[in-house]
Write a protein of this length. Structure first.
Length: 443
């Protein structure tokens, strides 16, 4: 409805949602879409129409972010200043600081960071906001300020641990000095330290985490963060020392992904050797990640060889489907289609071919995408795949033809974007019928 400029009807549908949170999220989604389309006046009018003040405050933050993304920092500042609730206002300042820093507007980034700090009261420094501020300060080149935010996060993590210990033991005695546990602030703290280059400090904190399970989870998160920032050697060393199979698997998968991003075949080989020596059923994540990593590097032979070496049948076909999708994304369409068609499991074959259809359609290869869609064995998946092709069709007549199977079986949500483009009146009819049905339910 938003895409067809029927904002009034869209708002009417949202108001019929019974749960406040569902309604609030729907408002944010609509306002974000309208603002992204460039109609800021309409987005502001929708914000003013929200009945819930807390959700209205959040929507003003969305508007401020949309203005910052196009360089309208003065408007963004005015909007953020109008947010009545300190927590929402701080979150807005943090997001504006990050957006302006990423765009290279460091003067504005510094101002937004200043305003975030000036808004502070102790209760308003919530854990999710501090990582935003750390990233923004780093992007703005303000390392000292980033370290201050890291220190605040560390203080929060230690307070959370002390509170947890007091509840657990029933005593308010001083807990073990420097100890930490798996509280909401722990992982953001460790990842924040890594983002500012405090690698040794992050590793030192791991030793302070109480409990084997909590420490394994934290170590896995640190290993993954190190891998993503290019410190694969450190990450691999930590991953090798994780005893918990599940958390070790998560770290190894992150290493494989990082190896693909860096184009480091040696790293992928090392991860593969580690995985091959372990229980593949437990390590499903890294088993698939290694295959995807080889495929992402364009090493189709190595990816396929890896898949064929997997002893567990269910895991092998899952990895084969993932490799087929990755090969399609990197442009090896022939190999991708062959691997997908070779899948014996009809459901997995259908999903793999459906993903291939999406890649082909997005590349403008409509005829081939349609042919692959027609080869999908499961009817419901075939209908969804044709709907994807319809969304990328060059002509209105082709879009209508390809969307018809979905409409024939009543699956109009699959082609709602196509209808917005080629049959806006049909979309209006569907909306009116939905409104009528919901209204009857409320009677």
């Amino acid at each position: 409805m938003a895409r067809t400029s029927r904002l009034g009807q869209a708002a009417e549908v949202i108001r019929l949602l019974r749960a406040t949170d569902e309604q609030g999220q729907a408002w944010l989604s609509l306002i974000r879409q309208v603002a992204a389309d460039g109609d800021h006046e309409a987005a502001r009018a929708l914000t003013d129409a929200i009945g819930s003040r807390p959700w209205q405050a959040k929507s003003i933050g969305v508007l401020a972010q949309s203005r910052a993304r196009i360089g309208e920092y003065e408007d963004a500042r005015s909007l953020a200043m109008s947010i009545p609730y300190p927590r929402d206002r701080i979150r807005a300042w943090a997001s504006l600081a990050e957006a302006s820093a990423v765009s290279g507007d460091l003067t504005w980034a510094a101002e937004f960071l200043d305003r975030a700090e000036q808004t502070e009261t102790f209760d308003d420094w919530t854990v999710p906001i501090l990582p935003l501020l750390i990233r923004a300060a780093e992007a703005a080149g303000e390392r000292s300020r980033a370290l201050v935010f890291v220190a605040r996060l560390e203080s929060t993590a230690r307070c959370e641990h002390a509170d947890r210990e007091a509840l657990r033991t029933g005593h308010t005695d001083q807990p073990r000095k420097g100890a930490l546990s798996d509280t909401p602030a722990l992982l953001p703290l460790l990842q924040g330290m890594i983002s500012v280059g405090e690698y040794e400090r992050a590793e030192a904190l791991l030793a302070k985490v109480c409990g084997r399970a909590d420490r394994a989870k934290a170590t896995s998160a640190v290993a993954g963060a190190l891998a993503r920032c290019g410190k694969a050697g450190r990450a691999e060393r930590l991953a090798r020392n994780i005893k918990d199979p599940g958390h070790r698997a998560s770290a190894l998968a992150a290493l494989a992904d990082a190896g693909a991003v860096a184009g480091n075949a040696g790293r992928i080989t090392a991860v593969g050797e580690l995985v091959a020596a372990s229980d593949e059923l437990v390590n499903a994540g890294p088993v698939i990640a290694v295959g995807e990593a080889w495929a992402a590097m364009g090493a189709a032979d190595r990816a396929e060889s890896w898949v064929r070496s997997i002893a567990v049948p269910a895991l092998r076909v899952e990895a084969q489907a993932a490799v087929a999708e990755t090969l399609a994304v990197v442009g090896d369409l022939e190999r991708a289609e062959a691997l997908a068609l070779d899948l014996g499991d009809l459901e997995l074959r259908s999903e793999a071919l459906n993903r291939l259809v999406t890649v082909l359609a997005e590349r403008g290869l409509g005829a081939r995408a349609e042919a692959v869609a027609d080869s999908i064995p499961e009817a419901s998946t075939r209908v969804r795949a044709l709907a994807v092709v319809a969304a990328h069709a060059e002509t209105v007549s082709d879009a209508r033809r390809l969307a018809a199977p979905a409409l024939d079986v009543g699956d109009w949500p699959a082609v709602i974007d196509v209808l917005a483009r080629v049959e806006p009146t049909a979309l209006t009819v569907i909306a009116e019928e939905s409104l009528h049905q919901v209204a009857e339910c409320h009677l």
